[in-house]
Write a protein that binds this ligand. Structure first.
Ligand SMILES: Cc1cc2nc3c(=O)[nH]c(=O)nc-3n(C[C@H](O)[C@H](O)[C@H](O)COP(=O)(O)OP(=O)(O)OC[C@H]3O[C@@H](n4cnc5c(N)ncnc54)[C@H](O)[C@@H]3O)c2cc1C
Length: 262
């Protein structure tokens, strides 16, 4: 890993290359023209999937989307992440695209982000000369932007050792191969006090948690929670959907997720 970091830090215009499914599209469209692509495929620290305690899991950034769908440990401990990955792209893209690439690319509609935020996931990234660990909720700073600076590397993510049930719903305009017009992910803690997490994707510059709606869900006030979530969104019009449509589908999706999780 240090070798990759050293090249990234010392070469102006070098960027990390994971599966290339975002990079190559943007290069082809002339949006980016990197001076060097630093291939991460053989960086050992970024490959493994490791259990933590009874419920937690650490997942290397280079884990492919297909592995998120198929890996038995991920399916058992983080089914919403497997489910979110299964909605993404097509088999060919899932075989190359990675978890780290999806998060570092920081699209507001990135499907893996909501499923990880509702599990209180932490992100480990190498920055400067040290590893840093932050809550994933603090990772995204805007469309295509994260706290990482040029030269930084996302190394792994850690889902804490807490049992949570979660479900992700992706609203798309086409049935297959489509980016989310709206994503909704809801989780609740299985043991102890109710403590839900609600995250919306594709309706704001970054995926957003809605704490006010979570508090209402914990009180069983699902109709009010769903309306609160719709109010919290700041959707835009784009090629995939109008802002009006996006806002209109949030409340029904939150109610649907609630019925599945509770
Ligand atoms: C046809 C098609 C359909 C798609 N459908 C979906 C979809 O339904 N949902 C969805 O969310 N996405 C979708 N995508 C987008 C893309 O496939 C995913 O975002 C994928 O997970 C990107 O991973 P990658 O490994 O290919 O990233 P790359 O293209 O290799 O990299 C993406 C960005 O992240 C940076 N990067 C990569 N890894 C790291 C790292 N470890 N540390 C720091 N920076 C890093 C790169 O420098 C680059 O800026 C689709 C793409 C295509 C082409």
């Amino acid at each position: 890993m240090l070798e990759a970091v050293s090249v990234l830090q010392s070469t102006p215009g070098a960027i990390p290359y994971a599966g290339g499914t975002d990079i190559l599209v943007r290069m082809k469209q002339g949006i980016i023209a990197p001076q060097m692509l630093v291939d991460l495929k053989k960086v050992p620290e970024m490959q493994d999937v490791t259990p933590i305690g009874d419920y937690g899991i650490k997942i290397g950034a280079m884990t492919t989307l297909s592995e998120l769908v198929e890996n038995e440990l991920i399916r058992q401990r983080s089914p919403a992440l497997s489910q979110a990955a299964a909605t993404m792209a097509c088999e060919q893209v899932r075989n190359r695209g990675t978890l780290g690439g999806n998060l570092a690319n920081a699209s507001p509609s990135a499907d893996t982000a909501p499923a990880l935020i509702v599990l209180d996931t932490e992100i480990e990234y190498f920055s400067g000369e040290a590893m840093k660990k932050i809550p994933i909720a603090d990772f995204f700073t805007g469309p295509g932007e994260t706290v990482m600076k040029p030269g930084d590397l996302l190394v792994s993510i850690t889902i804490p050792d807490i049992a949570r049930k979660a479900h992700y719903i992706k609203q798309t305009l086409r049935e297959a191969m489509d980016i989310a017009a709206v994503g909704v992910c809801l989780s609740m803690k299985i043991h102890g006090e109710l403590s839900s997490r609600l995250v919306l994707g594709a309706v704001a510059p970054t995926p957003i948690r809605v704490p006010a709606a979570e508090a209402l869900i914990d009180k069983g006030k699902i109709d009010e929670a769903a309306e609160e979530a719709a109010r919290a969104a700041a959707p835009i019009d784009d090629v995939r959907s109008s802002a009006e449509y996006r806002r209109a589908v949030i409340a029904p999706l939150v109610k649907k997720a609630y019925q599945i999780v509770f």
